[in-house]
Write a new protein. Structure first.
Length: 132
């Protein structure tokens, strides 16, 4: 399931009010997760070593979110692109779509399309994936 062309991605509803303020880019999942480890929320999804937790190890409130993404993957339903930003410590924050991003990465997707604020484009240069 690491083929980008096998998944149908759609715009995230969270950008619907102001889509002109966002752009879609492809990020390197590993680099993004490494940066996101600095987030105050990463402990819910990542082990102390930075590995994505299995479903059973996720907090109870996060498990249905992971299951929902798993079901979409199984049924070939569209997946909303996550919305990323830059946090206070200059790390990546996953604003919306944490379950989508991390479940896709757990399935081996190395490149993930995301929305980022246009105002942060230069901050994401180190995280952009090379698309063939």
């Amino acid at each position: 399931m690491n083929r980008l062309d096998q998944i149908k991605f759609i715009d995230n509803a969270a950008i619907g009010a102001h889509p002109e303020n966002y752009t879609t880019v492809f990020v390197d999942a590993a680099a993004t997760i490494k940066s996101w480890q600095l987030s105050l929320f990463s402990f819910q999804w990542l082990s102390p070593e930075g590995q994505i937790k299995d479903l059973a190890a996720l907090p109870e409130e996060e498990q249905p979110k992971r299951k929902g993404v798993e079901e979409k993957l199984s049924s070939a339903a569209p997946i909303e692109r996550p919305v990323l930003g830059i946090g206070l410590m200059d790390n990546i924050e996953i604003g919306v779509g944490r379950a989508e991003f991390l479940t896709l990465a757990a399935h081996g997707l190395e490149t993930i399309p995301v929305h980022i604020p246009k105002s942060n484009e230069s901050d994401f240069k180190a995280f952009l994936a090379a698309i063939e």
